[in-house]
Design a protein around this ligand. Structure first.
Ligand SMILES: Cc1cc2nc3c(=O)[nH]c(=O)nc-3n(C[C@H](O)[C@H](O)[C@H](O)COP(=O)(O)OP(=O)(O)OC[C@H]3O[C@@H](n4cnc5c(N)ncnc54)[C@H](O)[C@@H]3O)c2cc1C
Length: 346
């Protein structure tokens, strides 16, 4: 005779002494990282609410590249597919911008997870969750050159892997506004022979050693600051320089400052900190460990908000990893509670 070991008296529902917030997990953000985390959690039978302001970082670009299996997909199309996929598993996706996240209960409680979080949206709605996944991405702060912002993600570019193939063989101007200019010029030099560096900020002037490296690769450096990015027939056509020269080109490469979108975590005493890989300050990021845990127990982070260098597929991978960590964290909490309940009955 078979013994049914799957219908014991100690199922999770019967011994659950936890407060029951409305959701196991609220995911803040709805890009690749957020939806991938929500997918792992939804498939783990977690109740998940995704709150998304709907402005993914790569939205200005017509296509997203290097996402294997969906190469060249329009960014919003990829996310629409992702939303449909998570909704199959009961995940709710709501358009909302989160204004703040607060800890419920006593922050000094010996239980490191307290009793969860209250998440408030800008339009005044609140929801409670046992865990929060922050996947809000970052904002690219562009150099202040007239005409530049309007072309961002189209022919004002930052990343040779996102857009480089599209400008292969074309005339590319790299604006030196920070420490990445030489690196960018060399990488775009792999894709086209026609690269010129224009020094926009004297503080960002390539050092002697970099000037030698650039010269060796045939890349000229102009000490002539940009005054305006020019457009002809809805396409970038050149850069007007301080000397009056009109430098004809097909694309301009910049290195925006990256600013993590984490201001809504201030009530938790958590926020973005300087992001300086190799000592080079490039912006801010929300600190988290490699598994996505932040300094606030129960609050996790994935994607560009904590890893500004992650591309779409890496952000999705991080979301999956952190979603799995959150589920495991919840399972551990539920198991501790079940053990305590079992002992109480003994
Ligand atoms: C112009 C451009 C082109 C790019 N092209 C490529 C490419 O071709 N291939 C590639 O791999 N990578 C590309 N990238 C990088 C890519 O954009 C990022 O890797 C990716 O968007 C990171 O995903 P994410 O989920 O972390 O953040 P995002 O995609 O930025 O998603 C964050 C989401 O959180 C929302 N949000 C923010 N704050 C709140 C809040 N308070 N409440 C609720 N929601 C909030 C945002 O509105 C957004 O919907 C490009 C980047 C740029 C700037």
């Amino acid at each position: 005779m078979f013994v049914n070991r799957f219908e014991g008296s100690e199922t999770r529902g019967m011994t659950d002494p936890l407060p029951v917030p409305e959701h196991d997990v609220v995911v803040v953000g709805g890009g690749a990282a957020a939806l991938s985390g929500a997918l792992a959690l939804g498939r783990s039978l977690r109740s998940v609410l995704v709150l998304d302001a709907g402005e993914p970082r790569n939205a200005p670009a017509a296509h997203a590249h290097n996402y294997l299996g969906r190469e060249g997909v329009p960014p919003r199309e990829l996310l629409a597919i992702g939303r449909a996929e998570v909704e199959q598993y009961g995940v709710e996706v709501v358009a909302a911008r989160v204004a703040e996240v607060r800890r419920d209960g006593d922050p000094d409680s010996p239980d490191p997870h307290g009793t969860g979080f209250t998440v408030a949206t800008e339009d005044g709605r609140t929801v409670r969750a046992r865990r929060v996944l922050v996947a809000t991405g970052l904002v690219d702060v562009l150099p202040d050159v007239p005409g530049l912002a309007a072309r961002w993600g189209r022919d004002v570019l930052h990343c040779p892997y996102c857009h480089g193939w599209e400008v292969r063989g074309q005339r590319v101007v790299v604006l030196a506004t920070g420490p990445m200019a030489t690196h960018q010029a060399l990488l775009f030099g792999q894709l086209t022979e026609h690269v010129v560096v224009v020094v926009a900020d004297p503080a960002a002037h390539p050092a002697e050693a970099d000037l030698e490296r650039l010269a060796a690769r045939g890349i000229a450096v102009l000490d002539d600051p940009p005054l305006e990015v020019l457009t002809t027939d809805d396409a970038l056509s050149g850069v007007r320089l301080a000397s009056g020269e009109l430098l004809a080109c097909d694309a301009v490469v910049v290195s925006p400052r990256v600013e993590a979108q984490a201001g809504f975590l201030a009530p938790l005493g958590l926020g973005a900190e300087p992001f300086a890989p190799g000592g080079v300050e490039l912006g801010t990021a929300l600190p988290a460990d490699p598994m996505g845990a932040t300094a606030v127990p129960g609050l996790w982070a994935a994607g560009n908000v904590t890893d500004p260098m992650a591309q779409v597929i890496a952000s999705a991978a991080a979301g999956l990893r952190v979603g799995a960590m959150i589920n495991a964290d919840l399972v551990e909490e539920e198991t501790r509670a079940a053990v305590a309940a079992r002992r109480a009955l003994a």
